[in-house]
Design a binder for this molecule. Structure first.
Ligand SMILES: [Zn+2]
Length: 499
């Protein structure tokens, strides 16, 4: 019985004798080897319960830690104090987040004691992510920081930050100042006003640091060469026709993409990667690569000259050439490119480079294929509850249709499928939920779409349970307690049934 009701479900919980009295306890950890982790934990509690004096009741220590290191931890709740034991800072932090869940429940239920016991835990997959689309709607630094803090409660380890798209460019790139000056703003013709925004370098540093303190890696995405309307509005000469273009207020896939015959596109990519290299410590950079129509390339003399020069069999091979160029630029910076699963296509002439990881979204087929071809994989299939922009449903008539999603689907996410050979399975880094925001403004609705589906996805990625169907009743029982924690943190969440 998992009576601390923690999400993701811990690998092992054993109950001890007695209780730890919370009466008059100032909840505060003392660092030892993990001063930064203790500081963040104390700040998290202070943000919820108000400032307290530091106390030695919660100790962070390497003593008694599980041997695995990394994110593994052991949390001991005794009558005389609490210890979070880990070999590495990430493990100490994860242990403290399990404890934060227990404290949030005890405090919000007005309990004066928490049962003694020991939790031992370690994750199954290293990549447990959430993607937030900040192009279709702009999200403030404050919103993202609150979100990261809530994600850290669930051991989420990756924040995939979708920074550019047809509807807005959010990243300052000094040699191309019009990207933000023009590309970050679009006309909302229904509201008769301009909408948009972008992140300053300081904003980005603040978010990356806030995430890093919580042991969350920020993976930036700059979508190339499609979804490029904002770039083209700023620099029309980068398109095949020369425009005119505009930052799109419509949603969809547009025929105007970056001209593959224009070397200036490669200069732009180098400049973007310089900025990303400087601001983001992650080894990964997401280059998009999804939904690129070749209509303009077919009719463009510059693109056709490129096709001829490269000796391609046809225009359709241009995208795989671009992928190899971008991946090469990133490799020279010591980075690994991540692409949506379209990068697997038309690679007969330009094979997918070794250093490209594939994010599988059109089902898990692309992910299986990529892993079989020896590439690292992140699973975020629309078909398994990973698209958090899909409407929640608990209507049996609707379940399984495109455009709706359930908490149960997220809980049953299986990044490694039974038919994967072991060498391919070893290349699966994990998975993530994606919140596209065409119809989701920042604020209460965005939270409602994310929670509690991300709680279920985080559990699916953290736990190693190989069962074909996870126990939804067990999850639901814990979620009932967990909802009180989400409420206490001021997070809006979907309250319907979990089916
Ligand atoms: Zn062209």
């Amino acid at each position: 019985m998992n009576d601390y009701a923690i999400i993701p479900r811990p690998a092992s919980v054993s109950r001890g004798e007695g209780t730890f009295s919370c009466r008059g306890v100032p909840w505060a950890a003392t660092g030892g080897d993990f001063g930064s982790e203790a500081g963040v934990f104390n700040a998290q509690l202070a943000a919820t319960f108000g400032e307290t004096e530091a106390s030695a009741k919660i100790a962070l220590t390497r003593e008694g830690a599980p041997a695995g290191g990394g994110e593994s931890f052991r949390l001991e709740i005794r009558t005389d104090g609490i210890a979070a034991c880990a070999l590495d800072p990430a493990g100490a932090f994860r242990g403290l987040q399990a404890l934060r869940q227990i404290i949030l429940s005890a405090e919000s239920e007005g309990r004066l004691a928490i049962p003694c016991g020991t939790i031992e835990d370690a994750p199954r997959f290293p990549w447990r992510g959430l993607m937030l689309d900040c192009s279709r709607n702009f999200f403030s630094v404050g919103f993202i920081k609150k979100l990261l803090d809530a994600l850290s409660l669930h051991h989420v380890s990756v924040f995939h930050w979708h920074l550019t798209d047809d509807q807005g460019w959010r990243l300052p790139v000094a040699p191309f100042p019009l990207l933000t000056e023009i590309g970050s703003v679009r006309r909302d013709t229904r509201a008769w006003r301009d909408v948009g925004g972008f992140y300053s370098e300081d904003d980005i540093r603040e978010i990356v640091a806030h995430a890093a303190e919580r042991h969350i890696e920020v993976v930036p995405e700059v979508d190339l060469p499609g979804h490029a309307s904002a770039i083209l509005a700023a620099y029309p000469e980068l398109g095949c026709t020369g425009g005119p273009y505009r930052v799109e207020e419509r949603f969809g896939v547009f025929e105007d993409v970056l001209c593959a015959g224009n070397d200036r596109f490669l200069d732009l990519a180098e400049a973007i990667f310089d900025v990303l290299d400087r601001l983001f410590p992650s080894r990964y950079v997401h280059i998009g690569g999804d939904e690129v129509p070749t209509t303009r390339w077919e009719a463009c003399p510059k693109c056709q000259r490129r096709v001829a020069e490269l000796g391609l069999d046809g225009t359709w091979q241009l995208q795989s050439w671009i992928t190899t160029q971008l991946a090469g630029m990133l490799a020279r910076r010591g980075k690994i490119a991540v692409g949506w699963d379209e990068v697997l296509e038309n690679t007969e002439r330009f094979p997918l480079p070794e250093n490209v990881a594939v994010m599988s979204w059109r089902g898990s087929k692309g992910g299986k294929e990529a892993a079989t071809r020896g590439r690292p994989v992140v699973m975020s299939p629309t078909t398994e509850g990973c698209y958090l922009d899909y409407r929640h449903t608990d209507d049996p008539e609707e379940i399984g249709r495109l455009g709706v999603g359930t908490v149960r689907q997220g809980l049953n996410l299986r990044p490694v499928t039974p038919d994967m050979p072991p060498e391919a399975a070893a290349l699966v880094l994990g998975g993530q939920g994606n919140l596209w925001t065409e119809a989701v403004p920042a604020g209460r609705l965005a939270e409602h779409m994310i929670f509690p589906r991300i709680c279920a996805i985080a559990e699916a990625l953290w736990t190693a349970d190989p069962a074909a169907d996870r126990d939804i009743a067990d999850f639901a029982a814990r979620l009932k307690v967990h909802r009180g924690r989400l409420d206490r943190l001021g997070l809006n969440h979907y309250r319907g049934r979990l089916e």
